[in-house]
Each structure stands twice: as structure tokens, then as C-alpha cells.
Design a protein around this ligand. Structure first.
Ligand SMILES: *[C@@H]1O[C@H](CO)[C@@H](O)[C@H](O)[C@H]1NC(C)=O
Ligand SMILES: [Cu+2]
Length: 241
């Protein structure tokens, strides 16, 4: 009986060690914590890929920190996203910051054009993927690289995309429970961007919800047994100019 309740306590600790994308850097410089981001104040995941909460979070994690600022960047710039266990930011003593280290899976980034990056409506947008980092040949995961980098992962804005307003959707998937249907944990927030420069590319797009199926091989996935030898990241291929 005692070990049963201990198990419940331990798993309660583990499941709360989630993460929130909460700061953007453009070529290494940040306009500030939560600036230009739509963040919840609770760090829980989304499980249902058919829900519109998969777009920019919300639903069970109400977006309570919606920035009124738009981040300026130029096509081709390097964007860094920074994630932490809570909205308090980096906590060096917290092993679950930026995320529980057992929350292994891929990191990704998508963009969608939008007339006004401050518009609350996120349904109906057309998304293209600009970054993904799954499991490498040494079986190390994108999330582990983000963990070791203190909660950061980086990518370039494609140099050929048209100037204008965009939402940036940064995402990670934790696969520790993904052996069963609806067990994968999706973490994402959206940042508001104004992109200058660029070109006239018209990248192929996908919709959210729609880009993922609940039974995609990268969404139902056993992280532990048999030991994975490959991982297929969900969603479209990364757009290249
Ligand atoms: C982006 O540029 C506009 C126009 O110069 C400015 O008003 C705005 O504050 C800038 N955004 C940020 C986050 O610095
Ligand atoms: Cu979690």
C-alpha cells in the first residue's frame, strides 16, 4: 500500500515537469522575457492533435500572457527559442528545468503568414515547417540538446520568404508516454513576428489541426521497447529556399 502511494506521488512529480516556450532571440539578442509570445501560465501538454489547442496552445492551458508586441526580424536571421519549466525562467537548481530530462522527443518550428501578428484568431492559417531535430545516429534527441543548451534551440528564418507578419510556432513532443494512443505530449507556443527583407517564395503548407494524425508513427511511438533505431518526425518536410 505504501509503495503504491509512493508511486503515485513520484509520477505526480514527473508529470508536472513540463515546459513553456517563453523567450525569443534574434541573432542572439532578445527583446525580453515573454515579449512577442502568447504564453499560458501553466506548463502542461496538449494530447489531442485534432483539437485547435494544437495550433498555439490554450484550452486546458489558457493563454494568460499574450504579448502586445511584435518581434522584428529579417529573413535569414537566426532565431533562438528558449523554454523553461515555469514562467519564472531559468532555475539552475531545478533538474526539471527547462523540462524533465526524461521527456525525450523532437523539437520543431513552423511559420504561418498572418495579416496582423496580434490577431487573436489562429485557426485557418497555413503553416510551413522551418526546423526539426529528432533522434540522431547516437540516439540523442532534440529535447536533450535543448536541455543541455539551457532550454534553447535555434534555426534560421528562410531567406527567401516574403516580408510581412507571421506567427512562429515552436514545438516539442515528449514521447515517454507515447507507446499508447493519445499518450504523446505536445508542447507549443506561438510568437508574433514581423519579417523584413526576404524574397517571393511560396512554401507548401499544412493546416493545424490536420498536419498530424493521432496514429502517425512519430506520435504513437515506444521510446523504451524495443530500443528505437529510427524516429519519423511528424508533419511535413522542412521548407528550404
Ligand atoms: C518592432 O519595430 C517597430 C517599428 O519600429 C517597433 O515599434 C516595435 O517596438 C519593435 N518591436 C520590438 C519587440 O522591439
Ligand atoms: Cu511533462
Amino acid at each position: 500500500m505504501r509503495s503504491f502511494s509512493l508511486t503515485i506521488v513520484l509520477s505526480a512529480v514527473a508529470v508536472s515537469a513540463h515546459t513553456i516556450f517563453q523567450q525569443v532571440y534574434v541573432n542572439g539578442k532578445s527583446p525580453g522575457h515573454l515579449v512577442g509570445i502568447r504564453a499560458p501560465d501553466y506548463d502542461g501538454p496538449i494530447y489531442d492533435v485534432t483539437s485547435s489547442d494544437i495550433i498555439c496552445n490554450g484550452g486546458p492551458n489558457p493563454l494568460k500572457r499574450i504579448s502586445k508586441e511584435v518581434i522584428n526580424a529579417t529573413a535569414g536571421d537566426t532565431i533562438t527559442t528558449e523554454w523553461h519549466h515555469t514562467l519564472d525562467g531559468a532555475k539552475p537548481g531545478d533538474k526539471s528545468d527547462p523540462i524533465d530530462p526524461g521527456h525525450l522527443g523532437p523539437t520543431m518550428a513552423y511559420m504561418a503568414r498572418i495579416d496582423n501578428a496580434l490577431s487573436p484568431k489562429v485557426t485557418g492559417l497555413k503553416w510551413f515547417k522551418i526546423f526539426e531535430d529528432g533522434m540522431d545516429a547516437n540516439k540523442q534527441w532534440g529535447v536533450s540538446r535543448m536541455y543541455k543548451a539551457g532550454g534553447k534551440f535555434s534555426f534560421k528564418l528562410p531567406s527567401c520568404i516574403p516580408a510581412g507578419q507571421y506567427l512562429l510556432r515552436a514545438e516539442l513532443i515528449a514521447l515517454h508516454g507515447a507507446g499508447s494512443l493519445k499518450g504523446a505530449q505536445f508542447y507549443m507556443e506561438c510568437a508574433q513576428l514581423n519579417v523584413r527583407g526576404g524574397g517571393r517564395a511560396n512554401p507548401p503548407t499544412v493546416s493545424f489541426p490536420g498536419a498530424y494524425k493521432q496514429d502517425d508513427p512519430g506520435v504513437v511511438f515506444n521510446l523504451y521497447y524495443p530500443t528505437p533505431t529510427a524516429y519519423k518526425i511528424p508533419g511535413p518536410t522542412v521548407f528550404k529556399c
